[in-house]
Design a binder for this molecule. Structure first.
Ligand SMILES: Cc1cc2nc3c(=O)[nH]c(=O)nc-3n(C[C@H](O)[C@H](O)[C@H](O)COP(=O)(O)OP(=O)(O)OC[C@H]3O[C@@H](n4cnc5c(N)ncnc54)[C@H](O)[C@@H]3O)c2cc1C
Length: 264
């Protein structure tokens, strides 16, 4: 995991909004300073309306960086996300970022990256996979969802899918798909898993990887306020190297964590 260096608060406008799936939209916003400093896994904290409400910003992974522009992929789950998903091009937003740490890609510790996502957990994967490609690291993406309509694979390459109900791809969960993938690809060399998704999926994945001594980085979610370590709203409990419980601020020490810390 790598720490972020420069953080900017950028007043910008939405330049494009496109649907990406059921209740999911991708928003593009020119943010030159953030785009220049961003690494895959970083997030931004967005003031979603010009008015007082909602008061707190909302956190979103950086989905893509193209020149000076960043994209975020937003699932409509409540007040703030519905304002973003129903916004129009030209609307003004305040965007703070890049925040948090990032996935550790260029470490030379693995030969193949396996990117594993569940539902909206696909959000950070396009930027991650573009970075892996630019570093010459082979990758495969395993995307899971409850049903076909939950799969978000637009723009991704080398993708295999799983659905809990069997409506598309492998019939089962994405950890079972990973098990099948590993059994079939015995020539991948040293693999490392990079994952984002719902906590129960990440927990099962972390245990799966630990049992097989596979390196694993997870991008976690929690309710979050300031995004910069002041409000203490995003405290999560993990294990430390001695197996003891330890609380961290996800906005500063995350959102990417070593999977070993999420197995207890
Ligand atoms: C580091 C980080 C990165 C994230 N990246 C993305 C992303 O790329 N795309 C995306 O769509 N979402 C992402 N999320 C989740 C997103 O921030 C929340 O869905 C959003 O803040 C909810 O705001 P709301 O006003 O619409 O919901 P509210 O009206 O405040 O709440 C609606 C429901 O969503 C739940 N909720 C609120 N905040 C969160 C949260 N942080 N995580 C999970 N559930 C929450 C509430 O408990 C409630 O059940 C991320 C969260 C974090 C912490």
């Amino acid at each position: 995991m790598l720490q972020t260096s420069t953080i900017s608060d950028v007043r910008t406008r939405i330049t494009a909004i496109r649907p990406a799936g059921a209740d999911v939209s991708i928003l593009s916003m020119p943010c030159p300073e953030i785009a220049a400093a961003a690494r895959p896994g970083n997030f931004v904290n967005i003031k979603v309306s010009a008015g007082d409400q909602p008061l707190l910003r909302r956190p979103f992974c950086i989905h893509n960086v193209q020149g000076d522009t960043i994209d975020v992929m937003v699932k409509n789950v409540g007040r703030g996300t519905s304002l973003l998903c129903e916004a129009s091009c030209g609307e003004s937003l305040l965007v703070l970022g890049p925040l948090g740490n990032s996935f550790g890609t260029g470490t030379g510790e693995f030969d193949t990256a396996l990117c594993v996502s569940g539902g909206i957990g696909t959000a950070p994967m396009l930027f991650l996979e573009k970075t892996l490609a630019s570093e010459g690291i082979p990758f495969h993406h395993l995307a899971g969802g409850r049903s076909k309509s939950d799969l978000l694979t637009t723009g991704l390459s080398n993708v295999s899918t799983s659905t809990d109900d069997g409506s598309e791809g492998f019939h089962g969960n994405v950890v079972q798909l990973l098990e099948k993938h590993l059994a079939e690809r015995t020539n991948a060399g040293r693999v490392k898993v990079f994952a984002c998704g719902p906590n129960p999926m990440l927990k099962a994945l972390a245990r799966f990887c630990k049992d097989r001594a596979i390196g694993c980085e997870l991008s976690l979610e929690s309710v979050m306020g300031c995004g910069v370590g002041i409000c203490y709203g995003c405290m999560v409990e993990l294990s430390n190297a001695d197996g003891e419980k330890e609380s961290i601020l996800l906005c500063r020490e995350g959102p990417v964590i070593d999977g070993e810390r999420f197995t207890a």
